[in-house]
Each structure stands twice: as structure tokens, then as C-alpha cells.
Design a protein around this ligand. Structure first.
Ligand code: BES
Ligand code: MN
Ligand code: ZN
Length: 482
């Protein structure tokens, strides 16, 4: 969907549909003029209460040629006092997906001073852009749904801001594509290709041999059961000469559980176990396209977790770069093994922050459902910045505690640590495990197991991969440079 900005009155702009946002309980006041040209068409559906302005309520009217737009779409914003950035985003998502599903192609948004959307239609447009997504690459019949052009009818100079939301939304779509792609195509090598497709970055791939030399025994143990070669991907974007931020994304391209194999039901969804890596790639893509003045080292320790004759087994002991030994209690707690080496590797760059983003635990999704990312960390300033970014983007984070007592959960009888403390408290003990590798480095962990995938359509997120993390991390980076 392309965005245009035109300074022209609503009734004079030829398009398939003109979107008129309305608040609940305020009648049609802002659109009195348009309604006159339509012989009271809008007033009628409001007085008959066919349209009341409740949040995300829609009503589509044909104008019959009385004005240039062929149709009017009324979209409810709810009560004025309840309006928020997120409500606008959701309304935009609803309006665009509603019209897109009807194969309506060329739409416009009214933003006149009298319009309830005022002079800031950006959240509404952002929701529209995020909603305008479908993953159809594997179907023979291509569906023709989706809006092609949205024109903002406004006299304001919105170019700069529109460019930001266009770039970030398409980076989120890029991440969704990577995650929706089935694991037979989205292998560690395919992630390398995706990384190499980014512009103005350098990509280094540490192959198995070199990873062995570096001592990445924990990470490498995850890949042992698979024929897909592991790829430890390091991406550098240097938009400014400062200490880097390390962004580490869990990149298990398929998580069968390994020898500690998962139940068959729902296993197909474990292609989304690389959603952290996809979020990091999407973030770097947008940062480089927007020429953000930041220095990012993206790290994707990519591997496939399968059982097999050479797979690692419960009871095995492996070592990370620093020599710390880990007893593998469950081969299904593979993410933290890969992340342990990635975090230790990241420290070489003396980063000002290490952020890992991972579909780490089933417990995260049991706790929060689809509604929040679990956040833990050892640095107040980083936690604070991430909370601000969460408020701005509504990619919600919720902080959990890292009480010292969790250390006991991951004590091993024979190694320095074990990779699973059992089910009780596992959302936190898994993060505590990671903190043992971050040590004193400023570090923050985001568990996106609940939010990276949705089984039902949401106002601006169609079902499937959500692209979570891209907008959040960009919001974080914006503050981290400031
Ligand atoms: N990738 C899974 C976590 C996951 C589960 C993500 C469901 C998304 C949806 C992770 O590797 C895993 O298997 N975690 C186990 C760890 C346990 C064996 C200690 C879990 O949380 O059940
Ligand atoms: Mn697992
Ligand atoms: Zn996993």
C-alpha cells in the first residue's frame, strides 16, 4: 500500500472510498459539509443508530456520484475521552483491512481540522500499513485483496513521519515473512541470505568449524541432530561511531525439542522459533534504511533443533566460549544454549547494551497469552527505555523479577549450570540462566514466545507471525542514541 499526501477537499478527491473517522456520541458535526452534498446520507445512518461511532465500528455507504469519492467508510473511534495512539492504530488497521478484503484499491483519509483525527493521522495510517499484509507465497491462486493506495487529505507536511512509519511497517512485514516461511525453506542458510539482502550493513557468518575453534559448544550442540549446517550470523550496521548495541535474536529455524521431543500437536508452529532473529533483521533493515545514527551488532545464532543419531542427549555436558559448563537436562531448552554463547560473544564488542529477543519459554505464553512480552534485565536505564518504547508502540513489555533465589533452580550436580530448572518458575529461571552469561554487562532479555504468533486476526495484525519486536526495538534505539 502506497501512501500519498494531497492538500485537497474531501468531496473533490476521486477515489474508491473516503474514510471518515467519527467519535461516539458526537453526531456527524465534523462532516456537516460533506453530508449536505450527500443529501443527509451520513446523518441518516447516525440518527437511525446504524452507526454510533463505537471503537472500530464500520459503515460503508455508496455516494451515487454526488461527490467525487465513490464510497464513504465511517469508522468509529469510540469516546473522545478514551482515545489513544493505540485506538487510532487499531481503527486504521480495521478500516484498511475492511476495505482491502472488499478488494477496494484506492482510498483516502479525511484529516480536516474539524475531523476527530485532527492533524495527526499518523497512528491511524501506521495501523493501516501494518494491517495491509498477507502471506500468500505458497498458494497457487494469488488473491487480489489489499489496498493499493491511501491518500492522506491534508495540508500538513507529513513526509518525514510518513517515511518513518512506512519503513518500520515494511520492516515488520519483512520479519513476518521470514517467520511465516516454513522451516524447509527458512533454514539457517536462508537466514544468511536474508541478512545479506540488507543494504548498508556488513555480514559475517561463523561456520561450524570456526564456531568450534571459538569454543561455542553450547550453541553447536543444538545443531548436532540436523543436516542443516548451523550459521552464527553477525551483522554490523554503523550509522554512528559509538559503542554498539548488541541485538541478539533467537534463531532456531525449527524446534522439534530434539531428543526431548515435543508432542506432535501444534509442533508445526515451531517454525516460529526464529522470530527473535527475524525481529533483529527487521530492526536493522529499518535502522539502515532510515539512516539512524546508531551502531548495531545483530547476532543470530541460527540452528535447527532435531533428534537424530548424532543429536545431543539429556545428561550431556557442553561448554560455552568462556568455558562455563552446562548440563543439558532437556534438549528442548535449546534456545538458552544458543543464546549463552551469543551473549558471551557479544561482550567482545564492549556494547553499551546487550538485548536478546527470543521465543524462549512456553511459560511466557501461558502467563501472558498474546498480550505482553516478558522482560527481565540487570540495568535500570535499559529497562526504563524499553518500557518507554513499549508505551509508544504498544508492543507491550512487562517486567519480571530476577530474584537471586532462582539461581538454585539452575544448579547442576556435575556442571556449572543446568539448562532447565523444570516447569515451575521457568519463565524466570530461563532468563536467570542467561543473566549468568551476561554477568556485569548491561543486558536485557525479551521473551516473545506469547506475542510472536497469533492464531486469530487482530486489528492490525493478521493471524500468523506478528513481526513483534521490530517497532519496539526501533523505539528503544531512538531513545538509546538520544
Ligand atoms: N521454543 C520453545 C518455547 C516456546 C514454546 C515458544 C511455545 C513458543 C511457543 C523453547 O525452546 C522450549 O521448548 N522451551 C521449553 C523449555 C523447557 C523444556 C525447560 C518450555 O518452555 O517448555
Ligand atoms: Mn525448545
Ligand atoms: Zn525453542
Amino acid at each position: 500500500m502506497k501512501i500519498n499526501i494531497r492538500n485537497i477537499t474531501e468531496t473533490a478527491f476521486a477515489c474508491d472510498a473516503l474514510i471518515l473517522p467519527l467519535h461516539e456520541g458526537e453526531g456527524l458535526k465534523p462532516y456537516d459539509g460533506i453530508d449536505k452534498s450527500l443529501n443527509g446520507l451520513i446523518g441518516d445512518v447516525i440518527s437511525s443508530e446504524e452507526f454510533t461511532g463505537k471503537h472500530n465500528e464500520v459503515c460503508l455507504l455508496h455516494t451515487g456520484g454526488a461527490i467525487k469519492p465513490d464510497r464513504i467508510l465511517l469508522i468509529g473511534l469510540g469516546k473522545r475521552k478514551d482515545l489513544s495512539h493505540e485506538k487510532l492504530r487499531r481503527a486504521g488497521g480495521k478500516a484498511v483491512s475492511y476495505l482491502g478484503n472488499l478488494k477496494i484499491k484506492n482510498i483516502a483519509l479525511s484529516t480536516g481540522v474539524n475531523s476527530p483525527i485532527g492533524l495527526s493521522p499518523l497512528d491511524f495510517i501506521e495501523g493501516g500499513l501494518l494491517a495491509d499484509y498477507s502471506f500468500t507465497g505458497y498458494k497457487k491462486e494469488q488473491n487480489l485483496r489489499g489496498v493499493q493506495r491511501l491518500t492522506i487529505l491534508s495540508g500538513e507536511d507529513l513526509q518525514q513521519q510518513v517515511r518513518w512509519i512506512e519503513t518500520t511497517a515494511s520492516a515488520a512485514h519483512f520479519a513476518r515473512d521470514l517467520v511465516n516461511t516454513p522451516s524447509n525453506d527458512m533454514t539457517p542458510s536462508a537466514l544468511v541470505k536474508a541478512a545479506r539482502s540488507l543494504k548498508n550493513v556488513s555480514v559475517r557468518v561463523i561456520e561450524r568449524k570456526e564456531a568450534e575453534r571459538l569454543g561455542m559448544g553450547a550453541y553447536l550442540s543444538v545443531a548436532k541432530g540436523s543436516n542443516e549446517p548451523p550459521k552464527f550470523i553477525v551483522i554490523t550496521y554503523k550509522g554512528r561511531n559509538v559503542r554498539p548495541v548488541a541485538l541478539i535474536g533467537k534463531s532456531i529455524t525449527f524446534d522439534s525439542g530434539g531428543i526431548s521431543i515435543k508432542p506432535g500437536e501444534g509442533m508445526e508452529k515451531m517454525k516460529y522459533d526464529m522470530a527473535g532473529g527475524a525481529a533483529v533483521l527487521g530492526t536493522i533493515k529499518a535502522a539502515s534504511e532510515l539512516k539512524m545514527p546508531v551502531h548495531i551488532i545483530g547476532i543470530l545464532p541460527a540452528a535447527e533443533n532435531l533428534p537424530g543419531g548424532s543429536a545431543s542427549k539429556p545428561g550431556d555436558v557442553v561448554r560455552t566460549i568462556s568455558g562455563k559448563s552446562i548440563e543439558i537436562i532437556s534438549t528442548d531448552a535449546e534456545g538458552r544454549l544458543a543464546l549463552a554463547d551469543a551473549i558471551e560473544y557479544a561482550k567482545r564488542f564492549k556494547p553499551s547494551a546487550i538485548i536478546d529477543i527470543a521465543t524462549l519459554t512456553g511459560a511466557c505464553s501461558i502467563t501472558f497469552g498474546n498480550e505482553a512480552i516478558a522482560m527481565m534485565g540487570n540495568d535500570e536505564a535499559l529497562l526504563e527505555k524499553m518500557k518507554n518504547a513499549s508505551e509508544e508502540t504498544c508492543e507491550r513489555v512487562w517486567q519480571m523479577p530476577l530474584f537471586e533465589e532462582y539461581k538454585d533452580y539452575i544448579k547442576s550436580d556435575i556442571a556449572d549450570l543446568k539448562n532447565s530448572g523444570g516447569r515451575s518458575g521457568s519463565l524466570i529461571s530461563s532468563a536467570y540462566f542467561l543473566s549468568e552469561f551476561a554477568n556485569d554487562a548491561p543486558w536485557l532479555h525479551l521473551d516473545i514466545a506469547g506475542t510472536a504468533w497469533t492464531d486469530k486476526d487482530r486489528p492490525y495484525i493478521p493471524k500468523g507471525a506478528t513481526g513483534i519486536g521490530v517497532r519496539l526495538l526501533l523505539g528503544f534505539l531512538k531513545q538509546h542514541v538520544a
